[in-house]
Ligand binder design. Structure first.
Ligand code: AMP
Length: 397
């Protein structure tokens, strides 16, 4: 079966067509500036890339263009739309409405709308992409795959906040986590790489990208994660503050004269390593700054590594042991300085870090950055969220 994976944003739409027999990506690409002047589709297939500069007033037109590109004489990889067995849609937040990947029905569509207030930037966009696909491909099964599903196994003691329990019940305010498909993928890849069953391992997965989250994966199941009710929680990130005392938020809002929503905007967009360094949210820029001796770039990098390290230690304690630490995503896969700073000082847990292997160039494959005799294995594993979405979609269909 071939599965089309769709990741729809409010003005963008990324896709991959995956052959499930081989798990190979047959074609991929993305539409940008949907609904805005100057929209374009960059499509890859058959080893070629083509840029279509076409008007895309809405997501339906964007999907139609993607399907045209998939059937194109040159870069096309299918002859007919019927070759697409199912479409898997990435959805950021499920709330407590969905615990796992779900086949779309009219009922499911209605329930999806209830999740909008949990991820107002992302979930309505996913629904728009979904509806566009349903219009253009009415007889193809559609599946929702949630970033939060992998975290559904967290116990109550891990996902609850210390608020009035009745308020949790009434408003479902709790930790949901994020990047679940990535944590799930790298944890299972780590088990495969180590030649063990997931049930035999206690793993801390560090998804470190523009958004970052750390998860405790015990026996293949997520038991805790650093992101919270929304992706603002946990370690500081590119532009997000991460965890902060709620009273400091109120204090700052008063000082700066911000409303609730202005304060949330500030904490999401103006903080994190960008706010600390005053230079950039991009770790490549921070590393350049560090080389030039910029102390605030060093501070931002060190804060990020320190906070990540604290989650590794906390989760080792929560699981009662640790067999493996995994680094993934943009920073996790590409920033040796951060990996080394996270692992430095973790010898007491059984980590023997291999500095030389850590500095090896990222070639897109799994590599081990702990020494051969390290009790805790440290691995760098390229993430592949699209493949997880495709697998879950195919399994359901
Ligand atoms: P992600 O959200 O996973 O795409 O990660 C994005 C972040 O990863 C960027 O903002 C950079 O800070 C970092 N990053 C991505 N690629 C590299 C690279 N080749 N070298 C260093 N950092 C990178």
């Amino acid at each position: 079966m071939k599965v089309l994976v769709i990741n729809a944003g409010s003005s963008s739409l990324k896709y991959q067509l995956i052959d499930m027999e081989t798990e190979k990506v047959l074609a991929k690409g993305g539409c940008e500036r949907i609904g805005i002047r100057g929209s374009l589709l960059v499509a890859k297939g058959n080893g070629e890339e083509r840029v279509y500069k076409e008007a895309m007033p809405n997501h339906k037109i964007a999907i139609e263009l993607v399907l045209d590109a998939l059937r194109d004489d040159g870069i096309g990889v299918i002859k007919s739309m019927d070759e697409i067995g199912a479409v898997g849609h990435r959805v950021v937040a499920s709330g407590e409405y969905f615990k796992k990947a779900t086949l779309v029905t009219p009922e499911v569509l209605k329930t999806l709308e209830k999740t909008f207030e949990l991820a107002p930037l992302h979930n309505p966009a996913a629904a728009t992409g979904l509806k566009a696909c349903m219009e253009v491909m009415p007889s193809t099964p559609m599946v929702l795959v949630f970033d939060t599903s992998f975290h559904a196994t967290m116990p109550e003691k891990a996902y609850l906040y210390g608020i009035d329990y009745n308020d949790y019940k009434e408003y479902s305010v709790r930790k949901y986590g994020a990047h679940g498909t990535s944590h799930k993928f790298v944890a299972s890849e780590a088990a495969k790489y180590l030649g063990k069953k997931p049930e035999e391992l206690k793993i801390v997965t560090c998804h470190l990208g523009n958004g970052s989250s750390i998860s405790a994966v015990d026996c293949g199941k997520c038991v805790d994660t650093s992101m919270g009710f929304t992706p603002l929680a946990g370690v500081l990130m590119g532009t997000r503050s991460g965890d902060i005392d709620a009273s400091a938020v109120e204090f700052l809002a008063r000082k700066k004269g911000y409303s609730y929503s202005e304060m949330i905007e500030y904490l999401n967009k103006k903080c994190g390593v960008a706010g600390i360094s005053g230079v950039s949210s991009d770790f490549r820029d921070l590393e350049k700054g560090m080389k030039r001796g910029n102390e605030r770039c060093v501070l931002a990098l060190d804060m990020f590594a320190y906070q990540t390290k604290k989650f590794v230690g906390a989760y080792a304690a929560a699981m009662g042991g640790l067999d493996c630490i995994v680094f993934t995503a943009g920073i996790g896969e590409n920033t040796p300085y951060v990996r080394e700073e996270v692992c430095k000082g973790l010898e007491f847990l059984g980590v023997k870090f291999n500095g030389r292997a850590n500095k090896a160039k990222n070639d897109g494959t799994i590599h081990e950055i702990s020494k051969g005799n390290s009790k805790v294995k440290v691995l760098v594993i390229p993430t592949n969220e699209e493949l997880v979405i495709a697998r879950e979609t195919a399994a359901l269909v």
